[in-house]
Write a protein that binds this ligand. Structure first.
Ligand SMILES: Nc1ncnc2c1ncn2[C@@H]1O[C@H](COP(=O)(O)OP(=O)(O)OP(=O)(O)O)[C@@H](O)[C@H]1O
Ligand SMILES: [Mg+2]
Length: 465
């Protein structure tokens, strides 16, 4: 009966190289029983011939062979075939040759007399390693295939922005209130629009955006809910509010933290029952608009201070989208730069196709406190200034800012250690994410062992997802 293990093992092909028929055949038997596909060669030369026709997964070779030695065979194999693992069989006590073999890239060595179990274990280790690498490759391909380089007007393929795209996909068809948080310039406005555009039932209806922080309280109330003639000085005729206008569509309330406590009550009522009155009116009106709110403040903190109603907070916080700052998705910088080079070249009737490597490096190192808006502005400036197709350092306005990046502003952060560690940490997190936080896989991808990965996670305070 073929066991499950044997079935898996039958995917692996092993070549045994030994001039002594007895050893060759006994190894053949041991590995055949384990279910591996096995072939044999009496010399290194013969082995290389066979590999040309059929590059196997594993070569098990004796050290001492008639002409070309096992060590030379190892070298040949490592020069030509990346993926073949080699195990050397050494005579008892020849530790130097074993060390030499390891240095030249052997997977392991086994000393004579050959112990059945030992060879089985080493081969199993290789099989495990290959399986993990293969799974990893498949996973990476899958991830790459599912990665969108852009979504609506958003550019970026980093895993952080991918999860934003995915949330948008899944909430778009619902009526849920969405709370977008994130630093200034991270794209909160774009996300709100993307939700509207992805929502098949609402996208042909209005998308209404209000910057709540920019308007006084009385005006804001009348903007949102409308007013009747004479409701206040200047209200010379009845006016429809934005909620009514957005009926069937989406209303995006930016800087929601600017709402006074009084207005918060009215918003809560709209959220719960979809009803409101125009200022100065007593007719209760209804409007069905999906509500999206955004803030760059910590609302929970405002609740604690008593500046924001707790019930409203819970009501709007059902689904929240956290926009990552640009410095946490630096891998997107290049594609965003290219996008804006093209856009501003077109707008300015110029042709600036790239930024110099020096500028690229400055951009990649900078912390971007103003996030994408700041990057967009920097690129626009560079396009306007550039005299050639490549924007150079001297074309970038406020260059000094990039050179004195806040990243390296303190002595501690300037240290080589910090400069080296930050990208390492980011890379580890990104690979962990790619591997769905499977540490075995992540460690294999990173080319380190599990313990090292674990220690690094501890050192950088990377918590399991
Ligand atoms: N992923 C992105 N790709 C390309 N451009 C982007 C992206 N995200 C944001 N932008 C651009 O950056 C600028 C700022 O975006 P947006 O206004 O949406 O940010 P915000 O988070 O709402 O900022 P604020 O809190 O200051 O209102 C806009 O011009 C927007 O088009
Ligand atoms: Mg905004």
């Amino acid at each position: 009966m073929v066991t499950q293990m044997n079935e898996q093992n039958s995917q692996f092909q092993i070549l045994i190289v030994d001039d002594e028929p007895l050893i060759r055949e006994s190894l053949y038997e041991i590995l055949r029983i384990e279910g591996y596909r096995v072939q044999m060669a009496p010399s290194a030369e013969d082995a290389l011939e066979q590999l040309k026709k059929n590059p196997v997964d594993i070569v098990v070779t004796d050290f001492k062979l008639p002409k070309m030695t096992g060590l030379q065979l190892l070298e040949e194999i490592k020069n030509t075939y990346d993926e073949i693992e080699v195990i050397l069989i050494t005579g008892y006590g020849s530790i130097e040759s074993a060390v030499e073999a390891m240095k030249k890239g052997a997977f392991d060595y086994i000393t004579k007399p050959i112990n059945d179990n030992e060879i089985k274990i080493v081969i199993q280790k290789i099989a495990d390693k290959k399986k993990i690498l293969e799974e990893n490759k498949a996973l990476k391909e899958l991830i790459a295939k599912n990665q969108r380089p852009s979504f609506c007007d958003m550019i970026g393929s980093s895993h952080k922005i991918q999860s934003v795209y995915n949330i948008i996909d899944s909430v778009a068809s619902t009526n849920a209130t969405i709370h977008i948080t994130g630093e200034s310039g991270t794209g909160k406005g774009l996300v709100a629009r993307a939700i509207h555009q992805t929502d098949v039932h609402r996208r042909n209806k209005p998308f209404v955006e209000i910057s709540c922080g920019a308007i006084s309280e009385t005006l804001l109330e009348s903007e949102l809910f409308g007013h009747v003639k004479g409701a206040f000085t200047g209200a010379i005729k009845d006016k429809e509010g934005r909620f009514e206008f957005a009926d069937g569509g989406t209303i995006f309330l930016d800087e929601i933290d600017a709402f006074s406590l009084g207005l918060q009550v009215k918003l809560l009522r709209v959220l719960q029952d979809g009803v409101f009155e125009r200022v100065g009116d007593n007719v209760t009106r209804k409007a069905d608009a999906r509500i999206i709110v955004a803030t760059n403040q910590d609302l929970a903190q405002l609740v604690e201070k008593g500046d924001f109603r707790e019930d409203l907070y819970y009501r709007i916080n059902v689904i929240s989208i956290q926009m990552p700052p640009l410095r946490e998705r630096r891998e997107d910088i290049e594609s965003i730069v290219n996008f804006y080079l093209e856009k501003y070249s077109h707008d300015n009737k110029k042709k600036v196709t790239s930024i110099s490597n020096e500028v690229k490096k400055l951009f990649l190192d900078y912390t971007w406190p103003g996030n994408i808006r700041e990057l967009e502005n920097a690129v626009e400036g560079a396009v306007i200034m550039a005299k050639t197709e490549i924007a150079n350092k001297w074309d970038v306005p406020s260059l000094a800012k990039f050179e004195k990046s806040p990243v390296s502003s303190t002595r501690d952060e300037k240290s080589l250690k910090k400069v080296v560690e930050q990208p390492e940490k980011e890379h580890i997190i990104s690979i962990l994410n790619d591997c769905n936080w499977n540490r075995n896989k992540a460690a294999a991808t990173l080319g380190i062992n599990r313990t090292t990965l674990y220690n690094k996670m501890k050192k950088y305070d990377i918590l399991d997802k």
